[in-house]
Design a binder for this molecule. Structure first.
Ligand SMILES: Cc1cc2nc3c(=O)[nH]c(=O)nc-3n(C[C@H](O)[C@H](O)[C@H](O)COP(=O)(O)OP(=O)(O)OC[C@H]3O[C@@H](n4cnc5c(N)ncnc54)[C@H](O)[C@@H]3O)c2cc1C
Length: 316
């Protein structure tokens, strides 16, 4: 790529007017050219043109109207636990939800454990609180880092997935910026949620069981995770989806990739489907390692692994 083309990819899309308009609404809650690495679990990633912290549904409506009018690219950022942000950063706006989007409210429902959670509420907090009320099946979400909105987008889970427990999802979009309900379909690590929809809140219903039994099961799963996942280094969980009838981790280990390194990134010795940031890894290091692993697994097994982590931003 020529130097000129690369400079174009790195140039902010926001003009002075955009910056002034965003500052007027969000004051210190908008940061320009803000590095995203600290907001991801890999601790990797270049700057966003603007990183905006949104606290209310009304603010989100206003912001979505703004991006629609200005035709600016934007993306929601949850806890960044499933994201590889390019070293060149993200052009346009990165939206983080906080404030009223962090609420978790249990409802009075005699037949179920029913709860409504804001999109940026912590999945870990939700699972702990639901377990203590006896929410059957919540153990399958235990130990998954991230926000409720990110988990919904990913249909995160293990043997059961978050979509199995959803009652209602409320979203906002640039073309329909007021909160409104939608009914996405849920598949293995993805959903039919529109690409331009930002999840605002989700309500769930769990079968009601014995809290002691549910908490015990959850504890067992958390202990197992600690033993089998390299949690002492920054990572983004499993990088590849499991192919039908097999495990990506097994295939990667069989390909001899455990311990491979590119720059500061390493295929974990403990869990082959995890890439850990051992030492100031860049997104380019991780991307190169993922490509090498994928190519080798294909050569050895004929299976083309699909990425589970989302790549965002500029990788030039
Ligand atoms: C140690 C570790 C273990 C993990 N274990 C599991 C596991 O067992 N099972 C599993 O499924 N995953 C697992 N993950 C991956 C990750 O935690 C989940 O995918 C999680 O649900 C992502 O949530 P997040 O808030 O971090 O999303 P982010 O990484 O911030 O975003 C993920 C995607 O969702 C989009 N998004 C974020 N918020 C919203 C919103 N409000 N509305 C619409 N889109 C949004 C983003 O734009 C992005 O495309 C693990 C990760 C780690 C680090």
């Amino acid at each position: 790529m020529s130097g000129l083309a690369e400079r174009e990819l790195l140039r902010s899309l926001l003009d002075e007017g955009d910056r002034a308009a965003l500052t007027e609404i969000f004051e210190s809650r908008v940061r320009f050219d803000a590095r995203l690495g600290p907001y991801t679990s890999w601790k990797i990633g270049g700057p966003a043109d603007a990183l905006v912290d949104v606290e209310t549904g009304d603010e989100l409506t206003q912001l979505l109207r703004f991006v629609f009018k200005r035709q600016l690219p934007w993306m929601p950022l949850g806890s960044g636990s499933n994201l590889l942000v390019g070293d060149g950063g993200v052009r346009g706006l990165v939206i983080r939800l906080g404030g009223e989007f962090t609420s978790i409210e249990f409802l009075d429902d005699p037949s179920h454990v029913a709860v409504t959670a804001g999109a940026s509420s912590s999945l870990a907090l939700l699972t702990a609180q639901a377990a203590s009320r006896g929410a059957v099946g919540i153990g399958s979400l235990a130990g998954i880092p991230g926000s409720v909105g990110g988990a919904l987008r990913m249909n995160a889970g293990t043997d059961k997935e978050i979509g199995d427990f959803v009652r209602e999802v409320w979203v906002q979009t640039p073309t329909k910026p007021e909160p409104h309900p939608v009914t996405p379909q849920y598949y293995y690590r993805h959903t039919t949620l529109e690409r331009d929809a930002i999840v605002a809140r989700v309500s769930f219903a769990f079968e009601r069981g014995d809290p002691a039994v549910v908490r015990d099961e959850m504890q067992r799963r958390l202990v197992r995770r600690k033993k089998t996942q390299p949690l002492q280094f920054p990572n983004a969980g499993s990088c590849f989806r499991n192919p039908p009838g097999d495990k990506a981790g097994r295939l990667i280990e069989a390909a001899g990739a455990k311990g491979w390194r590119e720059g500061g990134a390493e295929v974990s010795q403990l869990h082959a489907n995890f890439i850990v940031n051992r030492e100031n890894a860049t997104a380019a290091d991780v991307a190169a390692l993922l490509a090498r692993v994928r190519r080798t697994v294909y050569e050895r097994s004929g299976i083309e692994l699909e990425l589970e982590v989302h790549f965002v931003g500029v990788f030039a």
